[in-house]
Write a protein that binds this ligand. Structure first.
Ligand SMILES: Nc1ncnc2c1ncn2[C@@H]1O[C@H](COP(=O)(O)OP(=O)(O)OP(=O)(O)O)[C@@H](O)[C@H]1O
Length: 701
C-alpha cells in the first residue's frame, strides 16, 4: 500500500558511487556516501546539485503559487517571514549593545567614571533583545506548525488524487510505490514546507551572519588585536560546526555482513552448544570436546578481528569522529584567551576590557553557529529544493492501461440487451511473471448470454475477467466489446457499462452503507436503493441485526492515540455507555458468507438498483458463491438468471452444478480453451468437462 509500507532499500555493494565499503574486523560495512556540507545534495557533486535545483525550478515556482492559494497562507507566510527577519537581526543588535558595553569599560578605565545612564540603557536593551528573541521563537514555532498543517493537508489531497487515478499494474509497480512513499514525509513535515522553511532560513541566515560580522568588525576594529580577535571569533564557529557535525552526522543507510568462514563456523558451534534443542545429540554424540577444540581453532584463525559487529562498529564510529579540525577547533577556542592574557600581562590595567572582549567573542561565535547552522540538520537546502520536483512529478506518472478515445456505447438503449465479448488469439502474462496465464485464447460470448468459465485452480478463469474489465491489457491478441477493439473505448465508459465481483473482493474501512453504496456512487445518498441492494443479496437481515445497522464499520480507520507510547498514561476511551442507535460502531468482524453477501450487494447496487437508468450491460462474477450456503447460492443464481437476455452474465467458477446446466456457453479452460459448448454438448463430447461434471456435480445436485 502506497505510503504505508515503505519499500525496503536494498544496498547494492557494487554501487561504489553510492556506497562506501569499509572492512571492520570480519565485517564488510557499506555506508551511503554523504556530502557533509550543507549546500550540496548528499551523494551529488556541486554540478549535479545545481542541475537538480535548476530542474526543480519550475516546480518550485508552481509550489509557491499553490501554497499561496491556500487559505490564510499569505497571512501566515508574511508573519513567518517577518518573525524570521527580526530573529535574524536581533543577535546583531544584541552584539551592538555589547559593543557599547565595551566602550563603557574603556571610558571607565580612562576616566575612572561610569556613565550609569548608558549602563542601564545597555542592560535594558540587552535584556529586551533576549526577551524578544524568546517571544519571536515562540511565535515562529506556532506559525510554522500552522503553516505545516495547512500545507500538508493541501498536498495530502493532491497525493490522494494522484494515487486514486492509478490503475492496478501501475500501482503494483515498486518504483511507483517508492515514488509515492517518498513524497509522504515520515517526519510529519511536508516537503513543500521544508523547502520554504529552508529557503527563508537560508536568506535570514545570510542576513544574520552579515550583520553580526559587520557589528563585530565595528566594535573590535579600534581595539588592540581587534582584527585578529575578529578573525578568530568568526572562524571558530566554522570549526565547531564541522567537528560537531562529524560527531553527530552519520549515514542513515548502511548495512553490514560477514562472509568469513571461520566466524560463521564459530557462530554455528556456539549455537550448537547454546540451544537446548541440540543438547541431546551433543551429549549422546560426545561432542563437547570436539566443539571446544573447533571453536578455539576458528577463533585463533580469525585472531583480533573476531569482535561482534556492534563492538567493532562503535570503534569505527569513534575513529570517524576524530579529525584534525576538531584539534584545530580546540586551539581556536583557547586562542582568544591566550591573546587577551598576553595583553593583560603587557597592560595589567586592561583586565576588565579583556574580559568584556572575551565574553563578546564567545557570545558571537555561539550565536553564529547555533542560531544559524544547525549541525543536526542533515538535509541541505539544495536537497529540500530538489525534493519539490519529486513531489510534483507524481502527477506525470502515466497509467499502464492507456485510455481509449471513443465513447461507449454509442447508443445507451443497446445496453438493455447486453454486451458481446470476443477474444481473438489473446495471450497474457502478469507483470514480472515468466509463465503465461493465458495463451492464444479465442471465444465469443453473444450479447445477453450466460457464459460460465470453468477449469482447475490457476487455469486462467479470473484472468479472463480482469482482461474483459481492462484491469490488465493482453500482451498479444485483441479483445472486442460489441465488435469494437476494447483499447479504443473510453475506460470510464467501459467500466460504467460493467459490474464486476472479484474473487478476492475487499471491504473498505467505511460504514456498511458506504461499502454497498460505492457500487454506484451516483446513488450513494439514496438509502432506499442501498437497502434494496442488500435485500437482493440476502444481506439486509443480518445488517439490521448489527449494533449500528447500516452505519456499522467492519474495520475502522479511527486513530486511538491512547495506545501510542508517546502518550504514556493515556487510556482507550470507552463509548459503550453511549447509545449506538444510528451512530458509528465498529464490529470485530463478519462471517465469510456475510462478507460475500455484502460484496454481492455492492455489485447489485451498481447493476440493479437504478433499474431502467442502469448503464450496466455486462456482469462479471468470479466465484460469487464460494462462501455462501446452498440456500443463499440457489437464491443468488435464481436472481441472476432473471437478467439473462438483458445483460451479458459471465461467471468463473469451480462449481459445475447450478450454473453450467443453464449456460448458453461453457468455456473449459486450462491456460487456453480446451472445450467449449453447452452443458449437453460437452457432456456428449465426454472430455474434461464431462469428467469433472461426473466427479463433482452428480454429488451436488
Ligand atoms: N497477480 C498475479 N501475478 C502473477 N501471477 C498471477 C497473478 N494472478 C494470477 N497469477 C497466475 O496466473 C495464472 C492464472 O491465474 P488465475 O487467477 O486466472 O487462475 P484461476 O483459474 O482464476 O484460479 P482459481 O480457480 O484458483 O481462482 C496462475 O498461474 C496464477 O498463479
Amino acid at each position: 500500500m502506497i505510503g504505508k509500507e515503505t519499500p525496503v532499500i536494498k544496498i547494492d555493494p557494487r554501487d561504489t558511487s553510492r556506497y562506501k565499503h569499509t572492512r571492520i574486523g570480519v565485517w564488510d560495512l557499506y555506508e551511503e556516501r554523504l556530502t557533509e556540507y550543507w549546500p550540496y545534495i548528499p551523494g551529488s557533486s556541486i554540478r549535479e546539485t545545481c542541475g537538480q535545483i535548476m530542474e526543480s525550478m519550475p516546480h518550485i515556482v508552481q509550489m509557491l503559487r499553490d501554497v499561496l492559494s491556500i487559505r490564510r497562507s499569505w497571512l501566515l507566510l508574511s508573519a513567518f517571514f517577518v518573525v524570521e527577519v527580526l530573529s535574524s537581526l536581533i543577535p546583531a543588535i544584541s552584539l551592538w549593545y555589547f559593543g557599547q558595553l565595551l566602550r563603557l569599560v574603556e571610558t571607565a578605565m580612562e576616566t575612572h567614571t561610569v556613565n550609569t545612564t548608558i549602563l542601564i540603557y545597555v542592560a535594558v536593551a540587552h535584556l529586551t533583545c533576549k526577551v524578544t528573541t524568546r517571544l519571536l521563537h515562540y511565535a515562529r514555532s506556532n506559525v510554522a506548525v500552522l503553516m505545516n498543517i495547512s500545507i500538508k493537508q493541501f498536498y495530502a489531497e493532491r497525493v490522494l488524487h494522484e494515487a486514486a487515478r492509478l490503475d492496478l499494474p501501475t500501482y503494483e509497480d515498486l518504483d511507483i510505490q517508492r515514488q509515492f512513499a517518498s513524497v509522504l514525509s515520515s517526519s510529519g513535515r511536508s516537503i513543500a514546507w521544508n523547502a520554504i522553511d529552508a529557503s527563508i532560513n537560508f536568506a535570514t541566515t545570510v542576513i544574520s551572519v552579515v550583520f553580526q560580522l559587520s557589528v563585530l568588525f565595528t566594535v573590535l576594529r579600534e581595539q588592540q588585536d581587534g582584527f585578529l580577535l575578529m578573525i578568530i571569533g568568526s572562524s571558530q564557529p566554522i570549526f565547531e560546526w564541522y567537528s560537531t557535525r562529524k560527531a553527530i552526522f552519520r549515514p542513515s543507510v548502511w548495512g553490514a555482513n560477514t562472509t568469513n568462514k571461520d566466524y560463521i563456523r564459530m557462530k554455528g558451534l556456539k549455537g550448537l552448544c547454546d540451544y537446548l534443542s541440540h543438547r541431546k545429540e551433543l551429549v549422546a554424540g560426545n561432542l563437547g570436546q570436539y566443539i571446544t577444540k573447533q571453536y578455539h581453532d576458528s577463533a585463533q584463525s580469525i585472531g583480533d578481528d573476531a569482535g561482534s559487529f556492534l563492538e567493532l562498529h562503535s570503534l569505527h564510529v569513534m575513529k570517524k569522529r576524530w579529525s584534525f579540525v576538531s584539534i584545530l577547533y580546540e586551539i581556536m577556542r583557547e586562542l582568544p584567551q591566550i591573546i587577551l592574557i598576553l595583553r593583560v600581562i603587557q597592560k595589567p590595567m586592561t583586565v576588565p576590557l579583556a574580559l568584556a572582549s572575551l565574553f563578546l567573542i564567545e557570545h558571537t561565535s555561539r550565536s553564529l553557529i547555533f542560531d544559524n547552522f544547525s549541525p543536526y540538520d542533515h538535509h541541505s537546502l539544495a536537497a529540500h529544493l530538489a525534493d519539490v520536483r519529486v513531489l510534483y512529478e507524481i502527477k506525470n506518472v502515466e497509467n499502464k492501461v492507456i485510455d481509449g478515445r471513443e465513447p461507449f456505447p454509442e447508443n445507451k438503449q443497446s445496453l438493455r440487451s447486453g454486451i458481446s465479448v470476443e477474444f481473438r488469439n489473446v495471450s497474457f502474462r502478469y507483470p514480472g511473471a515468466e509463465k503465461y496465464a493465458l495463451r492464444d485464447v479465442s471465444f465469443k460470448i453473444g450479447a445477453g448470454q450466460l457464459c460460465v468459465i470453468v477449469g482447475t485452480n490457476g487455469s486462467g478463469k479470473s484472468t479472463i475477467l480482469k482482461l474483459v474489465s481492462r484491469i490488465y491489457d493482453p500482451i498479444e491478441g485483441t479483445i472486442l466489446i460489441d465488435n469494437r477493439d476494447i483499447k479504443t473505448l473510453k475506460l470510464a465508459d467501459l467500466r460504467d457499462a460493467m459490474s464486476i465481483l472479484f474473487q478476492d473482493y475487499t471491504h473498505f474501512p467505511l460504514s456498511i452503507h458506504e461499502n454497498i453504496a460505492l457500487g454506484n456512487p451516483k446513488l450513494a445518498d439514496d438509502f432506499d436503493k442501498v437497502r434494496e441492494a442488500a435485500r437482493l443479496a440476502s444481506a439486509e437481515e443480518f445488517i439490521d441485526d448489527l449494533p449500528g445497522r447500516f452505519n456499522t464499520y467492519i474495520t475502522s480507520s479511527e486513530e486511538d492515540h491512547a495506545k501510542e507510547p508517546i502518550f504514556c498514561g493515556g487510556r482507550p476511551i470507552d463509548y459503550s455507555t453511549h447509545s449506538t442507535e444510528g451512530s458509528h460502531v465498529t464490529i470485530s468482524g463478519l462471517s465469510g458468507g456475510q462478507m460475500q453477501r455484502l460484496a454481492v450487494s455492492r455489485t447489485f447496487m451498481r447493476s440493479f438498483v437504478s433499474g431502467s437508468d442502469s448503464s450496466v450491460g455486462m456482469m462479471l462474477f468470479d466465484e460469487p458463491s464460494a462462501s455462501l450456503d446452498p440456500r443463499a447460492e440457489h437464491d443468488l443464481f435464481d436472481t441472476l438468471r432473471r437478467w439473462r437476455g438483458e445483460k451479458t452474465l459471465i461467471f468463473s467458477t469451480h462449481r459445475f452444478g447450478n450454473l453450467t446446466r443453464h449456460a448458453d456457453l461453457i468455456l473449459y479452460i486450462d491456460e487456453s480453451i480446451q472445450e467449449e459448448g453447452t452443458h449437453d454438448e460437452l457432456l456428449k463430447k465426454g472430455g474434461s468437462y464431462a469428467t469433472n461434471w461426473n466427479l463433482q456435480a452428480r454429488d451436488y445436485i
